[in-house]
Design a protein around this ligand. Sequence first.
Ligand code: BGC
Length: 725
Amino acid sequence: MEIKKAQWITPARDMGDLCPVFRRVFAAEKPVEKAGLQITALGVYEAELNGKRVGKFVLAPGWTSYEHRLQVQTYDVTELLSPNNELRVSVGRGWFRSPVPGWDNDGMKKQRFDQPCGLIALLRIRYADGTEETVFTDEAWETSEGPVRFSEIYDGETCDARVKPDDWKKAKILDWPKDILIPQEGEEIREMERIAAKEIIHTAAGETVVDFGQEVTGWVEFTIDARAGELVHFNHGEVLDKDGNFYNENYRGAKAEVRYICGEGKQTWHPRFTFFGFRYIHLISWPSDPKAEDFTAVAVYSNMARTGWLKSGDPLLNRFFSNVTWGQRGNFLDIPTDCPQRDERLGWTGDAEVFVKTAACLYDVEKFFKKWLHDLAADQFPDGGVGSVVPNVLKKDKPSAAWADAVTICPWQIYQTYGDKKVLSDQFDSMKKWVDYIGSVTQTPDLWTGGAHFGDWLSLDAAKDGDCRGGTRPDFIATAYYAHSTALTVKAGKLLGKDMRAYEALYGRIVAAFRQAFPTCLTQTEHVLAVQFGLSPDPQKTADALAEMVVKAGVQLRTGFVGTPYLLHVLADYGHADLAWSLLLRREYPGWLYPVTKGATTVWERWNGIKEDGSFESAGMNSFNHYAYGAVADWVFEQAAGLRHGEDQAGFSELIYAPHPDARVGWLQAKLNTRHGPVSAYWQWEQDGVRYELDTPVPALIRLPGGERKVSPGTYTFWEKHPKA
Ligand code: BGC
């Protein structure tokens, strides 16, 4: 990459919290044919050429495993160039230099805080006469203080609009590796949607709160007519408390504040180097009478193309579908995060593997996941262990089952949805290393016993109240995922033409050892995993037992992060689709629609984040935008609407259409843009039977209660009498 000819530069003096502005003045006096800027930073940057913003990428260069990989962006700046030019780049702390308050100890905080601010850039200009010129970062660049006085991922941003950069001092060369530089791999993060404020609320506690009506991730843009020096100050919250007052204790150590010291007159501003997960802002200081039209929430996320839509005859379910989609928007900000608001916002591997299938229904996430999986592999420990977060800023060295298994599950799902083996060939070594790792650490051969695991996180069946790990046996989960990861590695290896006999034999041994060690299943999640991962010798019997357990529990789920995503699949696969629907449609706690009845606009971390009486389950761990339980949407696409691809037809080159209609919902429509074209499926429950409509761009196997048949690409309508009618 040509940018490697440039030098890393940094301000000559330590600017502390101030966000430096770098600049270079240069001439381009001949007619320009093409000009391209390659650029990246240690921190997050925004570049301007002659006062005009370069590109649309916000929070560039995004988040990667910076130690190994730092993305370089390339922008076409031909149109921005003039005979006399000034290129300015502001650099905020970003993920590179922001401590993670929820996890870093003091030493780590200091270490992250003390990382250098760095910039590297190269501008190549090709003139119409065929000559070329490059301008690149070196000692000829200058730096100054800018208006941003403080910026940090978790704590927010402070800007003094009165400050103009004018204290230009020579930049100095920074000794920093260049072999970490890689071309941009992921999607750009962009300002994707704008939401006007819904209303201004004056709370009982005397606060002035702006409600945007929707939880988003991003920032607030505001307009104010003010005197120079007046202060705008607000913080962010997801929900109001039971008395209708502002609340954000659940952000824990993330201050999530904005301070803006006004310039003179009418001005519009938004933060640039931070982001927040919020629905409300609390105006701590606002120098005039606030009006809703002064505020816009800007949703910021990876620029993924929408590919999936669901709509039904049940308004609550539709709100839930919307919440799942917002959950993805709010947590796909360059990496898949657990949540966007509190003091972690990390790429938790478990959350990602749980949600990847749903994510790949709703949006085109092929590029997004390929990039993240490269980071996962880059951060994999030398012994093959995989961390709980990627990029692995925690450096925790005890991998947890079902979290670390993202290493096999995510590539496999991306291949399944999009049909390109490249993701498998890229990740294969990493997958295999993980399986080998389990074999090397287990206390019992062919099982995974011992280790430190998150269990069936947040399930409702823990023996001890408040134990987040749930009631499922840790060795059960670990061994089930050992089998699953081994099976996926075998499948991937075979597709890539590798000799997988040793791993096939291992898989056989794991299944046998599993059956011996766990002859019976105890919890709902144990039943789910035994069937879903093909471990039960009699899956029908196990699924029936699961159905019975669910009914006995009062038609209620007890599952957490591990069991929930597969629960409805297992029920519907073995003749209990009715029960699956009952769980999905349940309006009371625990269930997917309970939060909707409580006004949720995104998916909650806990089944009871807000309790019946309006109080909060906890302040310590209670995110209102956690996508994990939204993973049930893949069941709606695949089983309720009936759209899945054939076993060997990754990428939807052939379709299996096997819907599970339900009278209570009335009708359901699913649309999916696949690599082979748009698919659409619809059913409507009528008095005597069900009407089905399918539009398929590929051959499809139709599986309806009345029988099975193959059809060619086209539009079809079927009508079937209710079996009992
Ligand atoms: C995160 C989860 C994550 C978990 C690990 C939490 O703090 O928010 O979503 O998977 O830790 O157990």
